[in-house]
Design a protein around this ligand. Sequence first.
Ligand code: FE2
Length: 235
Amino acid sequence: MDLLSLDRNVSHDAPIVPEHAGEIGTTAHQGVVDEICNLNWRDLSADELTNVAWAYYFFSKQFCQNVGIARVLFPDDQRLEELDAGERNTDNLSPYPGVVDSGEKADHDEFMRRTLMLSPIEESRRRRLEVLGSAYFDTVYAIDAVTRAKSLATYEDGGLEAVFRSVLQAQHWDTALLKAFKHFLVGHVALDSNPETGHGALCRHIVPTRDVVQLWAAFRDILIAAAPSLKAKKS
Ligand SMILES: [Fe+2]
């Protein structure tokens, strides 16, 4: 996919109107968000929560890529530039011991990658998770760049915040990895939640396409594949 060849001649005054018939501007993805939030987060073991952190790392990679794609598609959009500054090459989660030093800037997926390194897992388990990640990327990379760029509001304007609050219902956060993951989640709830100055406010002018549901479904599927107990009946 050559991002630089994509059409840049899009009006950057709010709202950014999608060019093709797949545009929705609705909450069609909300059903998948609700499905994720209604999973059995509370009863998750520390091991399965660790698997969720791995799955989230793969998600965070595609998310940071989506921010980059959006910047290429809409290079003059100052709100996206501001959002980018809060997601990539940022110190807004710094410091965190063993992950980032005070004032150190890193992309958020790099924060997650370093988080995973805090509590190494056995090789067979890591390989299983990497296979899931690889299948997830196959799905994501098959989705068009416009949909990926325009997914941002569905993530940042309440979608991920709801997911993060659900994940935080888990009871076991006792390993170094899980403590850092919790720092990431709590930090993101704060970053995304302010209705005026949060990340949602910086991208809600971008109307998502219908296919954004596929991105959310892929996220749901990797979470459940990584931690099958999420589907268990709640106690
Ligand atoms: Fe954000």
